[in-house]
Design a protein. Structure first.
Lengths: 441, 400
């Protein structure tokens, strides 16, 4: 008997998994249930998107003078945009006097101008620039927005704001051209290279000179007062959430450090504050401050409603931020503390140079998530009677010309919120990827 | 020589002012005393101001108003309430309504969130995309806006009772609310309930026995299907044997409105739908993150041991995923409870609305009312975190 090698028949080639058809087969039509799901998903998408497009664009009315006209033209099948268009300035600026609206625009433009160096190549002192926004911009902005009489102290503070802006740009430009910050550059230019005291003098003199010029400029300036009752719309939403965000991060860091502190009294007080503010809804805190802040203050103190809301939002946000920061601090291995203490670093040096930079990096997604939450939560101030973006949208439907026009303004406002929140979360994802580049090789 | 200089050094160090700054122990005590004094001083200042202001406005801070008649009606109550009942009753009504909203919204949000979370993990590109769009759209817009939009944009625009939307002939939806049949127990229904409770106890015992036997002998027994069968079929059998002692009160149109069954107002529907949809996004993300946190090696190892697919899921993936899922899930449940306070924007009478708003304005007792509301929310969240801490301690990986 002879053994003859008889090859088996080849197995059939595997189904195509590359290319467009392969991708379709892998991802959409793998088997029958999968195909059914695909069809269901497609059907859902097409129906919803088609319905929204029809309502918002194809069937919409763009020209009418009242809601009645819209209803007569298309009924409920199409959106009635003229009402929203008419109210759009109010939805953005609130009841701010129309001839003063440029101040809001200029104020936010100043913020953007201030922040631009952060994205410029060749700028080194980005941390200082970032801190300067938090420390100095509020003075400039509050004068832009509020205006009115300014005493000597107020003038000095606003001048400090202007000083910050000039410093940021001069430093940014100087660093791009020479690689040195403006102070160092001036010092090297006008003083001996090895005379430290003279260099310091030059820096101080330059800073003082700039400040004097700023005071001179600011004192020439006068803007009429716009009381906070007239603030509203997107502007008010941005002001409240901006203040909340800037306050909550440092306050949260301090509270978190307090809660983790070895000193029992401080740890207990921080814990008490954090747990109290975290376990009640924001709306109860807003109500509490709205009714009780006038009682808490010495008789005769006038606390306007915006300030009450801002205080409530700030304290609430700080408590939430504290827990996030604490989470980040807990993730830092003990070895880092031990190494810092082996190098002879004290508490504040360990915290600011070793622990915080690492902890903040881990916490970025959560912190930004918290900012988004805060931005959305500012809508709650509408319940205590402030006309923020959402309340303005609601007011459209209560205007006699546009009675009952609710869906359209809400749609627009939702889009605005979505754009802001989605941009923030996408930016945080990008930042996270950039910062973790060293870790995930 | 060296000795004396050291001695001088300690003498200098022991001067109190220096020690406050340079001796860690004394500095800590000094800082704490300073902080406590500051906080106490600040609180004292606030209390002093408050007392002066309240005396000036002849307000009182006592709890004696609780048994005074409240004198306003409440649109929706779970327990009997009528105009003229006491403030304490109003408080109870508010708590019940808040808890009802929270429980219903939590149940719906969990189911929806689980589905969306699994859909986001789907290999089907379109399903995953639809789920992602749902999550991104809903969680990037404010909840309050969603609640108000559902209320003004949907539930308020529903037809009048005469042209109601009727589902399955018994569920009715119109601009007065949502109506559904309510069960009416007839004599003998108690036996069915008893059977139901007994079968639940039986199923739990069965499960425990199975787990103990599996640990002892390694043999398995389908305790979960058996338990479910017991819970479902035993009460049905008893129900049939007792002669169906349950009837349904079906809502019917009478004059201008529906009568009978249970009904909830449109504000309740809007609140529940908005809360459930909004929270489901966060739950979906939690579920997705939890399942993705189980490393692939675990599933491959289970496959190498030749575990069947449902065992891999039940004994390998789920226990590890749940450890990641449950803590944030519970905090979402707490969020739902807190967010239910937004009911005030659309006039649903929850705790904040009837108590912190209406009652406060009527009675003017700001301090006791604010304190009681905050105490309620604090108790809820502290008791939940107590339970959570116990769970975490049990579920934590035992490491060095």
């Amino acid at each position: 008997m002879t053994l003859v090698f008889e090859p088996k028949a080849n197995r059939p080639a595997p189904t195509n998994t590359v290319g467009f058809v392969g991708w379709l087969r892998q991802n959409l039509f793998k088997d029958i249930p999968n195909t059914l799901m695909t069809i269901l998903g497609l059907y859902l998408t097409i129906t919803v998107v088609g319905w929204v497009l029809n309502w918002a664009l194809f069937n919409a009315v763009w020209d009418a003078s009242s809601r009645r006209e819209c209803l007569d033209l298309v009924g409920r099948s199409g959106a009635c945009w003229p009402g929203v268009v008419e109210w759009l300035p109010n939805m953005i600026y609130g009841l701010y006097p129309k001839d003063q609206v440029w101040r809001i625009n200029l104020g936010f433009l100043a913020l953007i101008v201030w922040l631009v160096p952060l994205w410029m190549g060749g700028v080194k002192s980005k941390v200082a620039i970032g801190l300067s926004v938090v420390a100095f911009y509020p003075f400039l902005a509050s004068y832009f927005f509020l205006g009115g009489d300014k005493g000597p102290i107020w003038t000095a503070l606003v001048a400090l704001g202007l000083w910050g802006l000039v410093w940021v740009w001069s430093t940014a430009l100087c660093e791009r051209r020479t690689g040195l910050s403006i102070g160092t550059w001036l010092a090297q230019r006008f003083a001996d290279a090895d005379n430290d005291i003279a260099q310091k003098r030059v820096r101080q003199a330059a800073a003082l000179l700039l400040f004097v010029v700023c005071v001179g400029l600011v004192s020439q300036w006068s803007l009429s007062e716009v009381r906070t009752q007239f603030w509203g719309g997107l502007f008010l939403t941005l002001v409240i959430s901006g203040i909340g965000i800037t306050f909550s991060l440092p306050a949260g860091i301090l509270l978190a450090l307090g809660r983790r502190s070895d000193m029992p009294a401080i740890a207990m007080l921080s814990t008490l504050f954090i747990e109290l503010f975290r376990s009640v809804p924001l709306i109860t805190i807003l109500f509490m401050f709205n009714t009780m802040l006038p009682l808490f203050m010495p008789a005769g103190t006038e606390v306007n409603q915006l300030l009450r809301a801002i205080v409530a939002v700030c304290l609430f946000a700080a408590a939430y931020m504290a827990e996030i920061v604490r989470g980040g601090l807990q993730a830092i291995p003990k070895g880092q503390y031990e190494a810092a203490s082996a190098l002879g670093l004290g508490f504040w040096q360990t915290t600011t140079q070793v622990v915080m930079p690492q902890a903040l990096k881990i916490m970025i997604p959560t912190i930004v998530g918290n900012f988004i939450g805060l931005f959305k939560d500012t809508t709650l101030v509408s319940i205590i009677g402030l006309f923020d973006l959402m309340n303005m949208a609601r007011a459209v439907g209560e205007d006699s010309d546009w009675l009952g026009l609710f869906i359209e303004p809400f749609f627009v406002v939702s889009l605005i919120y979505f754009v802001f929140c989605f941009a923030m979360s996408s930016y945080s994802i990008g930042l996270e990827r950039k910062l973790s580049a060293g870790r995930d090789r | 020589m060296a000795l004396t200089s050291q001695h001088d050094d300690t003498a200098e160090r022991s001067s109190l002012l220096r020690r406050v700054f340079f001796d860690a122990k004394i500095r800590a005590i000094f800082l704490q005393v300073l902080t406590v004094a500051g906080v106490v001083g600040f609180l004292g200042w606030l209390i002093n101001n408050t007392m002066t202001n309240m005396a000036a406005r002849s307000l009182s801070a006592g709890f004696d108003f609780l048994d005074v008649s409240a004198g306003f009606g409440i649109g929706f109550t779970l327990i009997p309430y009528q105009e003229g009942d006491t403030y304490l009753r109003v408080f109870t009504v508010g708590i019940m309504n808040t808890l009802l909203v929270a429980v219903v919204a939590i149940v719906l949000a969990t189911i929806l969130g689980l589905l969306v979370g699994l859909a986001r993990l789907s290999t089907n590109w379109i399903i995953a995309g639809v789920a992602r769009a749902y999550v991104e759209l809903l969680r990037n817009t404010p909840l309050l806006l969603q609640i108000i939009a559902w209320y003004f944009g949907v539930f308020n625009l529903l037809p009048r009772p005469r042209d109601s939307v009727v589902l399955a002939e018994v569920f009715v939806l119109n601009n007065r609310g949502f109506y559904m049949p309510s069960p009416v127990a007839e004599p003998g229904f108690g036996i069915v309930l008893t059977a139901f409770v007994l079968s639940i106890i039986g199923a739990i015992t069965l499960y425990k026995w199975e787990a103990a036997r599996r640990d002892r002998t390694g043999k398995s027994f389908p305790a979960i299907p058996a338990g479910f069968a017991m819970i479902v079929f035993l009460p049905i059998l008893v129900y049939a044997a007792a002669g169906s002692p349950l009837s349904w009160d079906v809502p019917a149109l009478q004059g201008f409105n529906f009568v009978g069954g249970v009904s909830v107002p449109p504000s309740f529907c809007a609140l529940i739908v908005a809360l459930a949809a909004y929270t489901s996004c966060f739950i979906a993300e939690i579920v997705r993150a939890g399942i993705q946190s189980v490393s692939k090696g675990q599933i491959e190892a289970a496959g190498a041991l030749n575990l069947p697919a449902n065992w891999t899921l039940r004994r390998v993936v789920l226990p590890q995923a749940l450890r990641v899922i449950i803590p944030p899930l519970i905090s979402q449940y707490l969020n739902v409870t807190k967010n239910s306070s937004l009911a005030i924007a659309i006039g649903f009478p929850d705790l904040v609305s009837v108590w912190m708003n209406t009652s406060l304005n009527q009675s003017g007792r700001a301090i006791p009312i604010v304190a009681m509301t905050m105490a309620f929310y604090c108790i809820v969240s502290l008791s939940v975190s107590l339970v959570m801490n116990r769970y975490n301690r049990r579920a934590q990986l035992k490491e060095r």
